[in-house]
Design a protein around this ligand. Sequence first.
Ligand code: UTP
Length: 291
Amino acid sequence: MSSRVRTAVFPAAGLGTRFLPATKVIPKEMLALVDKPILQYGVEEAIASGIEHIIIVTGRGKGAMEDHFDISYELDATLERKGKKELLALSRSISSMARISYVRQKEPLGLGHAVLCAKDLVGNEPFGVILPDDVIDAQPACLKQMIEVFEERGGSVLATETVEGPAISAYGVLAGTQDSANERIFNCTGMVEKPKFEEAPSKQAIVGRYVLTPRVFELLEKTAPGAGGEIQLTDGIKALLKEESVFGYTFRGKRYDAGDKFGMLQATVEFALKRPEFGDKFRAYLKGLAL
Ligand code: UTP
């Protein structure tokens, strides 16, 4: 088994019901955050993390994702003819961004099942998982930070956020203890999916980045459907915990839930404010609103 994390799996076959009606025809992962599909932010994060092969788990009606990372001859030819060099370079840079493979999840049977669909393409080596609707603004890239922890500790790593109060009930929550040597690392002994606030075992909520050992595939194959009739990734990781070390890691950076309307609005405002071309203009505009 190679111990290097070379591959990242992007589960992107969900129905995106929280973002209807926009997601009736357009995949959630193709919704633009300012001017870039949220999927591309994830792909850029993977590349910045040293990932060499990206596997996107797609489903019905999700062809736009494949087209986005493909060469667009008509667009490129038109831009070339019109002398729009910068836009042409932009379009070409997207199609040569990374080695991307696609695998279909025939039915959205859950996140664990989506990850399992990538088993043959990943092979017997550790891999990253990026949920593209969690857009993470971090320096260094969130997955890169996690791969460093994986390399140092040798066990699977789950990205976490410290969530105060009843909001914790929306997440998978870790049980365990903070590491004595590194306060960002949490030595995981268990996890509970969407606990009641009073029953949450800690404040460490799991978010959309994972570094996993390939053993999880075999365990997911044996995982029965759990909450909501779906094969849950957390159930597979719970089984992994019985055999191997699993760590929570509070990454340095900020996460936006761009699969949710409000989260997308927050991300849009904050990413737009950071854009050199129009950040100042946008700030002035916001300040001028009678709020
Ligand atoms: P979500 O929980 O956000 O589900 O999935 P969803 O179906 O995409 O969206 P809502 O909740 O209905 O609005 C988290 C990630 O897992 C993928 C999704 O595409 C998303 O990136 N996923 C989920 C799959 O690939 N397959 C599944 O069966 C379920």
